[in-house]
Design a protein around this ligand. Structure first.
Ligand code: 48H
Length: 251
């Protein structure tokens, strides 16, 4: 029964509208909005848990800070926030992890744990286009066994892997025609970073999008420390952009 039901899910996600890589704050928010908008979405998460950097709070203290612009979104997803100053709200890391994941799952997103995205699928057309991701089990990657992975087709792939921007880095290294360079984030400047990470969220090359800290890594914007509002707003923005892109492609 476990195998049969799991296989049904794998068959279902063999081809999706959007493959989100990473179940941190930006990935879970993106998955929530994408699924709510009716797009078939899957989140591949390397670890056996979701939340990404949320669990570490601020230097392991368990409170998370967000700006008022993200407060509404987090409330909508069920989080309990406390207003501290005119523009800043705090909440518990575990509250945020649980509610973000729950909201994304209830909206219809499939979150697959223990699956690492180790490559992308591409096509060289007029422009190079990313058409999916390549996934082994994380356990296989860790064991070093030679097991060839499978490809999952996606109309859009969103890199939500945080600081290392893993999917973008792979594409940059293995598809030189894309001319991508991952220079990494700059040192800390919180307010500027929060603004830029949202402003620069979007499609990096045909079919491959960036949200969250991956945006910071590719555009070399400053880091913000444990302020998570930009991650949430970035996750929502990517949905709006993907919808208008996919609609345009269908038209
Ligand atoms: C499958 C993968 C892979 C892979 C990684 O790090 P995250 O929390 O990412 P964001 O961008 O949603 O949030 C960033 C935030 O947590 C943070 O670090 C901030 C705000 N820092 C500021 C500062 O100044 O330090 O989550 C990424 C998730 C993790 O769960 C990884 O395990 C997962 O992606 N992941 N999953 N395949 N190749 N790479």
């Amino acid at each position: 029964m476990i195998i049969e039901e799991s296989m049904k899910d794998w068959l279902d996600i063999a081809e999706v509208d959007v493959a989100v890589v990473g179940a941190g704050p930006s990935g879970l928010t993106a998955a929530y909005y994408l699924s709510r908008a009716g797009l078939k979405s899957v989140v591949f998460e390397r670890r056996l848990s979701f939340g990404g950097g949320i669990g570490g709070g601020g230097m392991l203290y368990h409170k998370i800070v967000v700006e008022s612009s993200a407060n509404e979104i987090l409330r909508e997803m069920g989080c309990r926030l406390e207003k501290i100053t005119e523009n800043l709200y705090v909440l518990d890391n575990v509250d945020m992890i649980a509610k973000l994941a729950s909201a994304a799952i209830d909206a219809g997103a499939k979150i697959m744990l223990g699956v690492t995205v180790e490559d992308v699928v591409f096509r060289d057309e007029e422009r190079t286009r990313i058409t999916g991701v390549v996934v082994p089990w994380t356990a296989v990657t860790m064991s070093g066994l030679h097991v060839d992975p499978i490809g999952v087709k996606a109309r859009a792939v969103v890199d939500c892997t945080g600081h290392p921007a893993e999917v973008l880095s792979i594409a940059a290294r293995k598809i030189p025609r894309l001319n991508l360079e991952i220079r990494g984030e700059k040192s800390m400047w919180a307010s500027e970073s929060e603004r830029l990470v949202v402003e620069k969220t979007g499609e990096v090359c045909e079919g491959l999008w960036a949200a969250g800290m991956a945006v910071s890594a590719i555009y070399s914007t400053p880091r913000m420390g444990p302020i998570f509002g930009g991650m949430i707003l970035s996750g929502r923005k990517v949905l709006e952009m993907i919808i208008s892109k996919l609609k345009g492609r269908n038209a």
